[in-house]
Design a protein around this ligand. Structure first.
Ligand SMILES: C[S@@+](CC[C@H](N)C(=O)[O-])C[C@H]1O[C@@H](n2cnc3c(N)ncnc32)[C@H](O)[C@@H]1O
Length: 308
């Protein structure tokens, strides 16, 4: 299984030329800025490097028919990622685990620190932000957190590289694995992998805003929401998206997996929703050895709920 997942992640890496270009550009910019340092890794924190690293992106919203329309982001508008406060590297843990990052640092291709005052030895650790589950987290999810999924449908909201879908295919017996992703490039990438590995008998990816796909929310037995809105939508859009989730995730017994907790997401957005009337949290035992890279802190971020 591990080898198979590694092959998938390697293939994604190979096929994602855009990702590589982005990565090289980021490293070049990073060198230009004279960044040096020592190791510390943190998840889901803030960013400044991203301002230089990420090209101006087209902002995508979907129309009433669910078709995604693109419009340029206005010059003075910044995405939530760009507004982050501290230097942060955006790395998908599904593709780059800690060992891979250490190797890149050793080769001088990457650093875990940045220079706080150019030319001096005064450095600070760069924050790392993963936009996907790592393979270990996925193993934990499918082997320990979720029950047997035979005959069930899993929906990954914001499926990005497709990590949850491929892991669901390999590690579970779910009969349907649906992904909804708002960014066209990620949908193309997922389609390539699905075709290459003949996953299409159980996996399907929809290029859409989740708010145009309520039927998928109504049908799903398991819904995964891994940091889905926080770094991609502004606060108003996030609030709207969460309210849409509350309204449409109504199937009794449906399991909802979130990172971070619903409580934290709602608190940050000041959404006054009585969670206890909607869902009940299922306690997860994260004290599990999954291999040498086990990171209990990352597992503690994963929350599981059942719809009442
Ligand atoms: C942090 S990634 C989640 C990755 C993946 N689910 C995983 O766990 O490995 C969040 C993804 O959600 C997508 N996204 C954000 N808002 C969305 C929306 N309203 N509808 C569909 N996808 C959305 C983003 O483009 C991004 O790829």
């Amino acid at each position: 299984m591990q080898m198979f997942s590694s092959t998938i992640s390697l293939t994604i890496y190979e096929t994602s030329c855009q990702w590589k270009r982005w990565w090289n550009r980021r490293n070049k910019l990073w060198k230009m800025c004279g960044r040096v340092g020592k190791v510390r890794s943190q998840r889901y924190l803030s960013c400044e490097l991203h301002k230089w690293a990420v090209p101006e992106r087209s902002h995508q919203r979907s129309g009433p028919d669910g078709e995604v329309k693109r419009k340029r982001t206005k010059k003075n508008q910044t995405s939530p990622i760009q507004r982050l406060q501290r230097p942060t590297l955006h790395v998908d843990a599904f593709l780059y685990n800690d060992d891979a990052i250490d190797s890149l640092c050793e080769e001088g291709k990457m650093s875990r620190n940045y220079c706080m005052s150019c030319g001096s030895t005064k450095t600070a650790p760069i924050d790392f932000l993963s936009h996907s589950f790592s393979i270990l987290e996925l193993k934990f999810l499918f082997h320990h957190a979720l029950p047997d999924l035979s005959g069930k449908t899993l929906l990954d909201v914001g499926s990005r590289l497709g990590a949850v879908l491929y892991a669901g295919y390999v590690y579970s017996s779910a009969s349907r694995l649906e992904g909804v992703e708002i960014t066209a490039e990620f949908c193309d990438l997922q389609d390539k992998i699905i075709n290459k590995y003949n996953f299409s008998d159980r996996i399907q990816v929809h290029h859409s805003d989740i708010c145009s796909k309520k039927i998928l929310l109504h049908q799903a037995d398991v819904v995964v929401l891994n940091n889905v809105f926080e770094y991609f939508l502004n606060k108003e859009e996030q609030t709207k998206a969460w309210k849409f989730m509350c309204k449409n995730l109504k199937k009794r017994g449906c399991l909802i997996v979130t990172v971070p907790s619903l409580k934290e997401s709602f608190r940050k957005l000041q959404i006054n929703r009585q969670l206890s009337q909607w869902v009940e949290e299922i306690e997860l035992d994260t004290d599990i050895f999954l291999g040498p890279d086990t990171d209990p802190e990352a597992l503690n971020d994963i929350h599981l709920y059942t719809v009442l």
